[in-house]
Structures are given as structure tokens and as C-alpha cells.
Design a protein around this ligand. Structure first.
Ligand SMILES: Nc1ncnc2c1ncn2[C@@H]1O[C@H](COP(=O)(O)OP(=O)(O)OP(=O)(O)O)[C@@H](O)[C@H]1O
Ligand SMILES: [Mg+2]
Length: 637
């Protein structure tokens, strides 16, 4: 042991890249290094408190956890000291030599290669410990893990150039001391006033005391002198435990950045103390932007669980339903035991009460934005929907208790506004329903363009009946839970025998019957010809421009859903659609008198109807050949 065991090791390639970026680019927001190091010290204290729940000896008789920030003008150093969990030698090598955090991985995925742009992103992401190298050309970390003997301390040191060294040291005090040896030109940070204001700006909400030496004006020496005595610089009480009126908007935002690892501002938040059967405090935020791993349903949520101010765990997924996995924040329970485990959480009745209460809060917060008259709130809801709307739709299936509330929050594109913006609620739709209309009509397709141009919509356009355009993967699944709204059933325009009910007058009905009998012979002939492809053939009145379209039965899976299932490699039932033909279309009228090429004509009609709804032909080459024969026939060759 001792100086002789010093080893030099290389950083992981990503760390090198990150360091390069930090050291060699102009960087405007240098002060964030202190936020990052204080945040790590605070995490280390949380970890110690948590481990000590089952092993109080780890406190080594000192459970007053605190962070100390000092500077030395002569040596040009700043140090951040904590008495948290500390690092063992192996942990120092692992945690300070590689990058495991998902946030930093995303940072890398966004790098553009333009140094200036990339450097500006560090401020947004705050890439942790390594940000110390923005201001330091050497960092020394001295640490000892709680519970290890004094002689098993570690000194980690690096100038951020690709290598670091580790050696064993004697360290009687548990925890970590990080010393930054400032670069040339960074002397501004060697000021008590400067450091205090940075701490207040970014770290005021940290629940541990952050201490600095007192400074006093000495009349005799005519200068400020640094005292041995320490004073606490931040408020040092858990932000969520303070009263709402004592917290500024800035502090709420800064706390969001701390808990979410998102360095952009939140969209909105809710802060409440809940009393009654179960007592807890919740401070929950909705981010303004979706994280890159939003679609990973396996990913744990963003809620930190505390019990009576003691940090228990990150990502306590039992505290929020999966469809609200984008919510970030803190829940502090007064009822749960301190030694609660993930397994216990799963079965706890208290947790269930908290989850239900928090879900209601989030839905309430969304309703407030969605129903607001102020443009600012409306814009916020539009922003929310754009980022998280698809996830919220999962709630229709997951949370049957709140299904009706969620249904009111849904937003869709529709034929009413002719843009792909999803801003129409089911309530808006119902308010615009035509006289005699008793259903909510929708079409599903794999793109907005395909939905909007779907032949199935033709009659609805003609009659001025609005149709919702549903184009997201989750929609088909969601629709199985959204069968009605406000007492009005939802109906796919591509399913079932179209019955416009009161929207048709008697005259129209009579005409339809006549046309049906007039085309009966043709329909029977086509049925026989297309027996392999179509379950049935019938005359339709839903088309105005197209000659034919495909429909599924009311209780069958739609063509769109069948294609999605197949694309996802799932077993999809082999269902034949019904072909509907437009009796007013010249092609169909001509077909009545076709003989020789009747089978080719029928097959072409079927295939183009399939193409029009975004389907794939089983025999594309055969389709092309038939089409070409037909075109040549028309030119008379
Ligand atoms: N003061 C400290 N005491 C104990 N361990 C520390 C300390 N500072 C850093 N570490 C260890 O180094 C790791 C890397 O720190 P870094 O700040 O880069 O990432 P992080 O804190 O895990 O994530 P983020 O900063 O994005 O929240 C930490 O996860 C922790 O294990
Ligand atoms: Mg950190």
C-alpha cells in the first residue's frame, strides 16, 4: 500500500470525447460545474442515508450530513467536500472513468460535430462530474467509502487528457473531497461572493446544508478575513417541504432540473400536501419535451420516493401508472416504513392510494391547461399533446377508472380543419355533429395523407359530416377501449355496411334500393370472379369519386390493424375484406357490359381499392401486367 501502488489508466473513449469537447471549446456557462459537483455530493449523502437505514454503523458516529465548499486563492483551488457514501477504489475507477448514465448517452447521440453548438449543449445536459474540467486543468478526488477502514481511501487524479491515476491513501474522514485546480484565467471563481451566488442560484433547493467559511471585515488589517467558523449558504430544507408561498418560480424550475436531469424548463407543475387516510407531499412536473426513451415502456418512471424527508429510491415506478411515465418529481410519504423495498411498494395499500391521488392530480393539471381560455395555457396543452399525447392514449386501456377523463383530453386531426395538427377533442366533434347524426366517425390509416384521401370519406365530405383522422400506431389499440363518447358510439368509416341513419332521406333510401337491384347481376358475377380475394361484393353509396373500396365487417379487425399486426410479426387472422363498388362510377357502369376481360377488370378494381387504403398487393407484377394490357387495349393495339 501507499504511494507505490499508484496506477495510471485510460478513460473510456466516450469520456475522452466529452473531455475534448469541454476543454477545447469556448464555453459560456462555466459556472454549472459547481451545480454538478454539489448535486453529486447531495446524491452521495442520500445514498449513505439510505444504506444506513439497515446498517447504522455506516454513519461512524457522524450523521450530520453536509457539503462544504472552500477556495484557496494562493493555490488557485476550489474544493467540494461531503461526508456521504464515498467511493471505494474500484468505484472510483468505474464511476469516474466511464459513462453509464443514459442522459449522457443521449447527449452523445445529439452531438453535431460543430464544437460551438455541442459545447452549448453541455449547459443543457449538465454532463456531471466531468464538467469540472471546464474550469480545472487538474482534478483531485480523495474519497473513502463509508464502512471501509481509513487506510482504504483512494486518490483519483486527472488532468482530463485521456488518463487518470488512482492510488491508495489514508483517509480518516468518510466521504469525498474534490479539489479543482483552476485553469489560467478562471480566477474569478476564487471569490466567496461569486461562489455563494452560484450556490444560491443553482443549489438552493438541495436539502443538505452547503457550508462555507464566514468572512468578516477586519478593521485593523483593512481587509476581509476568512474565519474558521462555517455558515450555511443555501436554505437547506427540502424544497417540497416548504410552503408554496415561500418558493419562487425560479426555485421550482431549478429543482425540476435537479430531479429530472432535463436542463430545459418544465411545462408545468403541481405541489400539494395531501392529508387524510394517507399523508404525503407531492411535487410533480410535466416536462416540456419528450425524452428520447419515452417509448421504452420498460423504463422506470421519473419519481423519487422519500419517506419523511429521507431519500428512499429513484424511479419508483409504482407511484405512477405507466402511461404517465413522463411525469417527474418527488413524492414524500409520511406513512411508509423507511426500509421499504420495491417489492413492498408493489403490494402496499399506501402506495396505491398515493398512485391514485397523484394520477388525479396530473389529470387535473392537464384538464386545467386543456380547458383554459388563456392562450398561454392553450399553447401549453398543444405542446403537451404534441410531445406526450400518444403516451396518454395508452391510459385509455391502462386506467379504466379514469377513462372518461382521459377521453376528454384526447386530441385528433379531423376533416374539419384539413391539417395534420391534432387539436380536435371529442367534445368539439360532438358539438359540431349534424342534425340526425348519432355516431362519431373516424378513419384509421398509416399516415395523415392516406387518411385524409381515403375513398371511405367521400360520402362524408359530400354530406359535410366530420370524420376524425387517426394515424398513430396506438390508435387502433386505443379504439378498442374507446367505443363511445358522451353516449355516442364511435364508428370506423371503413367498417360495416354504411348506414347513415337519419342523415339519409327517404328518397335516397328508395333510390338505393332500386340501384341495388339494378346492379344485382353484376355484383353476383363479381362475387364469383373474386371469390378468392373478397368475402363479399356489394353496391355502396359511400363513394363519390372512386370506383371501389374495401371494408371490414363491424366486428372484424380493420385492414390497417391487420397490416400493423403483420408488420409487427404477429399472427394476424387471414380475413377477407368486402369489396364495395360505386354504381355511379363510369368504370363500374362499363363493367356491366364487359365480357371477355371481366375477370381482369374485377381483379384490377379490387387491387386498386387495396392500394388506395395503404395495403400491399399479393401479386404486384400480375397487377401491373393486367393494367398494361388494359391500357394497350384502350389505345387499340
Ligand atoms: N461526491 C461523490 N461521492 C460519491 N460518489 C460520487 C461523487 N461524485 C461522483 N460520484 C460517482 O461518480 C458518478 C458519476 O457522476 P456524474 O455526476 O458524472 O453522474 P451522475 O451523478 O451519476 O449523473 P447526473 O450527474 O447526470 O445526475 C456518480 O454516479 C457517483 O457514482
Ligand atoms: Mg451528477
Amino acid at each position: 500500500m501507499g504511494a507505490s501502488d499508484k496506477q495510471v489508466m485510460g478513460f473510456q473513449a466516450e469520456v475522452k470525447q466529452l473531455l475534448q469537447l469541454m476543454i477545447h471549446s469556448l464555453y459560456s456557462n462555466k459556472e454549472i460545474f459547481l451545480r454538478e459537483l454539489v448535486s453529486n455530493a447531495s446524491d452521495a449523502a442520500d445514498k449513505l442515508r439510505f444504506e444506513a437505514i439497515n446498517n447504522a454503523a455506516l454513519f461512524e458516529g457522524d450523521s450530520d450530513l453536509a457539503i462544504q465548499v472552500e477556495f484557496d486563492k494562493a493555490a488557485k483551488t476550489i474544493s467540494i467536500t461531503d461526508n456521504g457514501i464515498g467511493l471505494s477504489q474500484a468505484e472510483a475507477v468505474e464511476h469516474l472513468g466511464t459513462i453509464a448514465k443514459s442522459g449522457t448517452k443521449e447527449f452523445f447521440s445529439r452531438l453535431s460535430g460543430d464544437q460551438q453548438k455541442d459545447a452549448a449543449m453541455i449547459g443543457q445536459f449538465g454532463v456531471g462530474f466531468y464538467s469540472g474540467f471546464i474550469v480545472a486543468d487538474k482534478i483531485t478526488v480523495e474519497s473513502r467509502r463509508a464502512g471501509l477502514p481509513a487506510e482504504q481511501g483512494v486518490r483519483w487524479e486527472s488532468s482530463g487528457e485521456g488518463e487518470f491515476s488512482v492510488e491508495t491513501i489514508n483517509k480518516p474522514e468518510r466521504g469525498t473531497r474534490i479539489t479543482l485546480h483552476l485553469r489560467e484565467g478562471e480566477d474569478d471563481f476564487l471569490s466567496a461572493w461569486q461562489l455563494r451566488s452560484i450556490i444560491r442560484k443553482y443549489s438552493d433547493h438541495i436539502s443538505l446544508p452547503i457550508k462555507m467559511h464566514k468572512e468578516e471585515w477586519d478593521e485593523e488589517k483593512k481587509e476581509t478575513v476568512v474565519k474558521d467558523e462555517l455558515e450555511t449558504v443555501n436554505q437547506a430544507s427540502a424544497l417540497w417541504a416548504r410552503s408554496k408561498s415561500d418558493i419562487t418560480e425560479e426555485q421550482y424550475k431549478e429543482f425540476y432540473k435537479h430531479v429530472s436531469h432535463d436542463f430545459q424548463e418544465p411545462l408545468t407543475w403541481t405541489h400539494n400536501r395531501v392529508e387524510g387516510r394517507s399523508e404525503y407531499t407531492q411535487l410533480l412536473y410535466i416536462p416540456a419535451h419528450a425524452p428520447f426513451d419515452l417509448w421504452d415502456r420498460e423504463k422506470r418512471g421519473g419519481i423519487k420516493l422519500y419517506v419523511k424527508r429521507v431519500f428512499i429510491m429513484d424511479d419508483a415506478e409504482q407511484l405512477m401508472p405507466v402511461y404517465l411515465r413522463f411525469v417527474k418529481g418527488v413524492i414524500d410519504s409520511n406513512d411508509l416504513p423507511l426500509n421499504v423495498s420495491r417489492e413492498i411498494l408493489q403490494e402496499s395499500r399506501d402506495v396505491k392510494v398515493i398512485r391514485e391521488g397523484s394520477t388525479k392530480r396530473i389529470l387535473g393539471m392537464l384538464e386545467e391547461l386543456a380547458n383554459a381560455d388563456e392562450q398561454e395555457k392553450k399553447d401549453k396543452y398543444a405542446n403537451f399533446w404534441k410531445e406526450f399525447g400518444q403516451v396518454l392514449k395508452e391510459g385509455m386501456g391502462e386506467d379504466s377508472a379514469n377513462k372518461e377523463r382521459i377521453a376528454k383530453l384526447l386530441r385528433f386531426a379531423s376533416t374539419h380543419n384539413e391539417t395534420d395538427t391534432q387539436n380536435i377533442s371529442l367534445g368539439d366533434y360532438v358539438a359540431r355533429m349534424k342534425e340526425g347524426q348519432d355516431k362519431i366517425y373516424y378513419v384509421t390509416a398509416d399516415s395523415w395523407m392516406a387518411a385524409k384521401n381515403s375513398p371511405h370519406l367521400e360520402i362524408f365530405r359530400k354530406k359535410g359530416v366530420e370524420v376524425l383522422l387517426l394515424t398513430e400506431r396506438v390508435d387502433e389499440w386505443m379504439l378498442s377501449f374507446l367505443t363511445e363518447f358522451d353516449g355516442k358510439p364511435l364508428l370506423s368509416v371503413a367498417k360495416g355496411d354504411l348506414n347513415l341513419g337519419q342523415l339519409e332521406d327517404d328518397n335516397e333510401k328508395k333510390q338505393k334500393e332500386e340501384t341495388e337491384s339494378e346492379f344485382k347481376e353484376l355484383v353476383d358475377k363479381m362475387k364469383a370472379s373474386l371469390a378468392e380475394k373478397a368475402k363479399d361484393v356489394r353496391v355502396t353509396f359511400r363513394l363519390t369519386d372512386s370506383p371501389a373500396c374495401l371494408v371490414a365487417d363491424e366486428h372484424e379487425l380493420s385492414g390497417n390493424l391487420l397490416r400493423m399486426l403483420k408488420a409487427a410479426g404477429q399472427a394476424a387472422p387471414d380475413m377477407k375484406p368486402t369489396l364495395e363498388i360505386n354504381p355511379h362510377h363510369p368504370l363500374i357502369q362499363r363493367l356491366k357490359y364487359e365480357d371477355a376481360k371481366f375477370n381482369d377488370w374485377s381483379s384490377l378494381l379490387f387491387d386498386q381499392a387495396l392500394l388506395a387504403e395503404g395495403g400491399q398487393l399479393s401479386d404486384p407484377a400480375g397487377f401491373v401486367k393486367k393494367l398494361n394490357d388494359m391500357l394497350l387495349g384502350m389505345t387499340g393495339k
